[in-house]
Design a protein around this ligand. Structure first.
Ligand SMILES: [Zn+2]
Ligand SMILES: [Zn+2]
Length: 412
């Protein structure tokens, strides 16, 4: 039982009067759900409103049958997410992280961005939906079970295709994520299936963010670059889409929420809901993601500034606008940076690019999700042996490749 101070309750009720009720009710009751299967713990998810936060506690176990599509085991977690109950919309959207969580679904499962990680080598980062490494609910396991896309039927009870969609999750900015359908007008005289405005410009086997471009489109069914819009009720929300970016393309709100498990909680950010009926508040300067959004973790997306772009352009004898685009920091750019992908676009070595940026190359960590270059023997075709495998990915020729943790350049 969580005891909430009376003062916080009073504040919560004031907040509710401004922007509607806390949306904890959107979360599923999974107590009667089938669960992942007899070999796994029961799913657990609990959502509450605490002050100005929507707090979600879950064990990361899906409420439906777990079908393994990667060699990674499904493990129980002890997750806690704290999201702003009232999103602060920004004037300028901010990028989602290249890797890791950006939201939480109504069954307590973490939501990732639309690209896979840097495996089996730096040149991956493909689109895992295109590369067919997701289960039927668009989830799979790495270190934990996560979504790269979402399926309404997996996450709602009783919602019908073609009817206005329920909320299926929330971004770390607190903005609701709805299923694909929504009312076209306040009377709901017509229901639209919302569509992404991103276009595929090449096959996204690798460096998926370079394989898609946002192109603004006319038509009420098209969403903005973040995959959101302001609906007929006047509230801003995201919709899941059939095509890239599937869930979120960027954050339209200040991403001040996130997981708190095992981390010291930072000071609550200075960002507060804007005055005047949910109108966007001031955006962060220079299109940089707010650090407060990282919830005490290290900054994950150090975006190069204009001086660094100039320095790279000079060092590589290239045009500054070409460099800015390759670094994904061109005016209006909202793609998460990935220096390995940028180096390939600029046809230089990643180390050379990092040096041109005036940065020091981070020490090569033996990350569990990344085998060291030149160690292909750490990888094996799935099905040969799944013991100790920690992940899998797609090769450029569409073969599923699994890998084990590597230690001192020796296979684990
Ligand atoms: Zn994944
Ligand atoms: Zn909508």
């Amino acid at each position: 039982m969580i005891r909430i101070p009376i003062l916080l309750l009073a504040l919560a009720s004031v907040g509710a009067a401004q922007s509607g009720p806390c949306l904890a009710d959107a979360f599923l009751d999974v107590s009667e759900a089938a669960g992942a299967g007899p070999a796994y713990p029961r799913p657990r998810v609990e959502a509450t409103c605490e002050g100005d936060e929507l707090v979600v506690r879950s064990n990361g176990i899906p409420h439906y049958e777990f079908v393994q599509v990667t060699p990674n085991p499904l493990l129980e977690r002890n997750n806690e997410y704290r999201l702003p109950a009232k999103p602060t919309l920004l004037d300028t959207a901010v990028p989602i992280p290249l890797l890791g969580g950006l939201g939480v679904a109504v069954n307590g499962i973490v939501i990732f961005g639309p690209n896979e990680g840097p495996v089996p080598a730096e040149e991956q980062f493909g689109d895992p939906v295109f590369n067919a490494i997701m289960d039927a609910c668009m989830g799979h396991t790495a270190l934990e079970y996560h979504y790269h896309a979402m399926v309404q039927r997996c996450l709602s009870v009783g919602a019908k295709d073609g009817d206005p969609s329920p909320i299926l999750g929330f971004g770390y900015d607190g903005v609701p994520i709805r299923g694909p359908w929504g009312c076209a007008d306040a009377d709901c005289s017509k229901v639209l299936r919302y569509r992404s405005s991103w276009e595929e410009v090449r096959e996204p086997h690798q460096d998926a963010w370079d394989a898609y471009e946002y192109v603004e489109k006319d038509g009420p069914e098209y969403l903005d670059a973040c995959n959101g819009h302001t609906g007929p009720e006047g509230d801003y929300h995201y919709h899941i889409t059939e095509t890239w970016p599937y869930i979120l393309g960027c954050f339209s709100g200040a991403p001040t929420g996130g997981p708190v498990r095992g981390r010291r909680r930072p000071e609550i950010s200075q960002a507060r809901p804007g005055q005047g009926g949910g109108r966007p508040g001031p955006g962060p300067a220079g299109n940089r993601p707010p650090r407060a959004g990282q919830r005490g973790g290290p900054p994950r997306d150090e975006r190069p500034g204009p001086e660094e772009v100039q320095a790279v352009a000079a060092a590589l004898s290239k045009d500054a606008s070409e460099v800015a685009k390759a670094l994904r920091v061109e005016p209006g750019g909202i793609k998460p940076i990935n220096l390995a992908a940028s180096a390939r676009t600029l046809e230089v070595d990643t180390a050379k690019l990092i040096e041109s940026l005036g940065r020091t190359q981070p020490p090569r960590r033996q990350r569990q999700n990344q085998a060291p270059p030149g160690e292909p023997e750490c990888f094996f075709r799935c099905g040969q042996s799944e013991e100790n495998a920690v992940g899998c990915t797609l090769t450029p020729d569409h073969k599923v490749l699994c890998f084990r943790p590597c230690d001192d350049n020796k296979c684990g």
